[in-house]
Ligand binder design. Structure first.
Ligand SMILES: [Mn+2]
Length: 427
């Protein structure tokens, strides 16, 4: 299904007067503090976050999965669903594909279709964490890190193939997340595993087109529970440095041990020009993949504070990271969950844009610890929703994405079109 311009305009009718009042009030309030709202609206209007193709079906855990109805049964339907998100928010104009779950049969046609909905192809994701039918060598004990060169070469070939699909679709980056590691002490030799990974990555890196980037994702545990070869940002950073200027570290918010200071990691990577990708989700205990902003919105705000600061104080130059939502909605409607996540990301971003860095630097210089904290918390407690609404309205989206999604009966229509039992490909 596709939302029309008329539906969007219709949805906004009736809310415009209230919105105008709320925006005016916020503008007056912020101008008293010397903050101009207009540049913030423009920044938010330009912001886009990629939707992964695996987030559109019903979520679940390894214990079970409960269907939602109207799930996209093929790649085009997944892109169609992202089209709905993008039409409502004007912030979801990119898809991140996972190979082999979403192999495009006709890349040129897929690219054309996506373009007709305003969607481009963000980072490509390879998968060597599970075996595929008819695969010659198993990844049971490893892929890029495996001690058997035949397994490593197969995994390298897969990654090169993913790059080739990406080239055909107009993508510009490859994300490598490895499940490689050990479940028990004594299973692997740490140095050998790390060196094998580096040598394999070098072969993949050599296959990258000139204008491509490689993102190296880290994770402390799971599916291996004793050690992961790329366990933390330091290991990823070390590999990225050894590979060269096209390689970067990717931060996934859920891939940290509890209470890790993620904003500090972000600041450090930006100071080295090596933060390439960013996966949004939220976490209570571990890699829970909960909806963005559902558990620790203040942490998300502090991370955006470092992103805004780091990207505007840019020596060495760090590219704008590839933003992607990497969450699981479990028992929620996946599209509603993604709308909530987009909202949470833009909220944290807009709040961080309120921070006056000169005032903050002065407070730090004077060792005024109280004031430093106040400056951050004042921004965090500001209700920036009128800014988000205005940015969406100007871009051609709706004032209230979730409300409109429900009012238009999008899920009901998807169930009508695709059936209650349709199953999304992927995990
Ligand atoms: Mn991730």
């Amino acid at each position: 299904m596709k939302l029309t311009k008329k539906q969007i305009t219709q949805a906004n009718k009736g809310h415009l007067a209230t919105h105008a009042k709320q925006l005016k009030h916020l503008k007056e309030d912020l101008s008293r503090k010397g903050i101009q709202v207009e540049p913030i609206i423009q920044t938010i209007q330009k912001y886009e976050v990629a939707i992964p193709s695996w987030a559109l079906g019903a979520g679940g855990t390894r214990f079970g999965r409960f269907g939602f109805g109207g799930e996209p049964g093929n790649l085009h339907q997944k892109i169609e669903d992202i089209g709905v998100l993008h039409a409502l928010t004007q912030s979801a104009g990119a898809v991140s594909l996972h190979i082999p779950w979403d192999i495009p049969e006709n890349p040129a046609e897929t690219k054309r279709f996506a373009k007709s909905l305003g969607i481009s192809f963000d980072a490509m994701n390879s998968n060597t964490f599970q075996d595929q039918p008819n695969q010659k060598h198993s990844y049971k004990y490893g892929s890029l890190a495996d001690r058997d060169a035949k397994v490593r070469n197969q995994a390298v070939r897969h990654n090169k193939k993913v790059i080739d699909y990406g080239i055909a679709l107009g993508s510009k980056s490859l994300t490598v997340w490895l499940a490689d590691g050990a479940n028990f002490p004594g299973q692997n030799n740490f140095r050998e595993s790390l060196n094998n990974t580096l040598q394999s990555l070098k072969k993949i890196y050599a296959h990258l087109p000139k204008d491509w980037k490689m993102f190296i994702e880290y994770k402390p545990y799971e599916p291996n529970f004793y050690s992961m070869v790329i366990q933390d940002w330091g290991t990823s950073f070390l590999l990225a440095n050894q590979l060269g200027p096209k390689a970067y570290t990717l931060v996934d918010l859920g891939h940290h041990l509890p209470n890790t200071n993620i904003e500090q990691i972000v600041a450090t990577l930006l100071s080295q020009g090596k933060l390439g990708g960013f996966h949004f989700n939220d976490s209570k205990y571990g890699d829970d993949d909960l909806s963005v902003g559902s558990i620790k919105p203040y942490q998300l705000f502090l991370i955006f504070n470092e992103l805004v600061y780091g990207l505007s104080h840019n020596k060495p130059k760090n590219p704008i990271p590839a933003w992607m939502i990497d969450a699981s909605h479990n028992v929620k409607d996946p599209l509603e969950d993604l709308l909530q996540s987009i909202h949470a990301i833009e909220t944290a971003y807009a709040k961080s844009l309120l921070i006056n860095y000169q005032e903050l630097a002065l407070a730090q210089k004077n060792n005024d610890v109280t004031l430093g904290q106040e400056i951050l918390q004042d921004a965090f407690h500001t209700d920036v929703r009128p800014i988000l609404r205005e940015a969406r309205k100007r871009a051609g989206g709706v004032l209230n994405p979730l409300g409109t999604y429900r009012a238009l009966g999008v899920r009901e229509r998807l169930i009508e079109e695709r059936g209650a039992d349709s199953l999304a490909s992927g995990l």
